[in-house]
Design a protein around this ligand. Sequence first.
Ligand code: KG4
Ligand code: ZN
Length: 359
Amino acid sequence: MDGPHDDNTLVLGIESSCDETAASVVRGGREVLSSIVASQHDLHRKFGGVVPEIASRAHIERIIPVLTESLDAAGVTQDRLSAIAVGHRPGLIGSLLVGVAAAKTLAWTLGVPLVGVDHIKAHLYAAALNEDPIEYPAIGLVVSGGHTSLYDVRSPLDMRLCGRTIDDAVGEAYDKVAAILELGFPGGPIVDKMAQTGEVTTRFPRTLLDPDSLDFSFSGVKTSVLYHVRGQPVGRGRDATFEREASALSAEEKANVCASFQEAVADVLTKKLGRVVEHLSRDGVSPRSLVIGGGVSANSLVRSRCVEFGAEHGLAVRLPAMKYCIDNAAMIAGLGHHQLLAGQTAGLDLNAVATTELN
Ligand code: KG4
Ligand code: ZN
């Protein structure tokens, strides 16, 4: 077994915070030997969103086969593992508990350290997987289904929140726009694909909040898309009816809505990145990199805008490989390696926690 001071650790990562059951073996924090992700999208599709109770039950059914597959695919036997890392926060509590219970059981049985990893920190590490180490200080942008936040990142383990969404997360807004347009679930990838065939024909609002604010708000643009597609509401709240159905729009019109929405979102993200550069420079910090993570970092326009932004501001842009944008366990194992070397291990009393530690 590799010792915890060894840079060549073999860490088994487990991820079960939402609707992906995932396990991965990573060597030395960056070399991904296996990354198995069992998605539950088919189970949640008919409900138009993730149903927590269904998610936790599906994790229970899948966790053992996924763990076995990750070891087999890596060609690694359990006795060679240096540590077990588990995403224990933030997420759906019933889902997190499945991964945490599996991780504790394995760590205890094998007699290896247990590491509790924050899922948001792990998203900001995903870009280092199978790539060069990230150069710090870095600006961190997490864009996922549950989070939209900016960070001042000093190392894989050390970061400070600069701003976050005050309402919807950007991935959530994508999913809701897809629902408004009746495009399916999860909506982000579908809206992204449709946007590429459409044109920007409508200027949806870019909510920037106070002139100096680093926070985000995406509920306005989502509502604007709703009214644009379905007309003005008659009545209020859940009882509201609309002038027309989404089916009144042609495929081409829907694609234009997607392109226009995506443009508005990308504008807001880059505008806020500009602001964070100003804020950091006022504090005497010159970032070397821009690190992006979370499901929406798979978005084609977000990726290209971030690359442009990095070129303009002299920042190395670190985008995760597509398979490490969405939830995966390689990012958990990778970051777990750094925590292991830093002595940040957990006891068997490790808990699942619904919120991130980065508030
Ligand atoms: O990071 P993630 O897998 O789960 C959370 O931690 O939330 O992110 C999932 C989110 C979903 O809202 C999904 O629609 C969105 O990421 N997403 C995308 C794309 N791929 C996934 N949004 C926009 N464009 C994409 N290509
Ligand atoms: Zn995530």
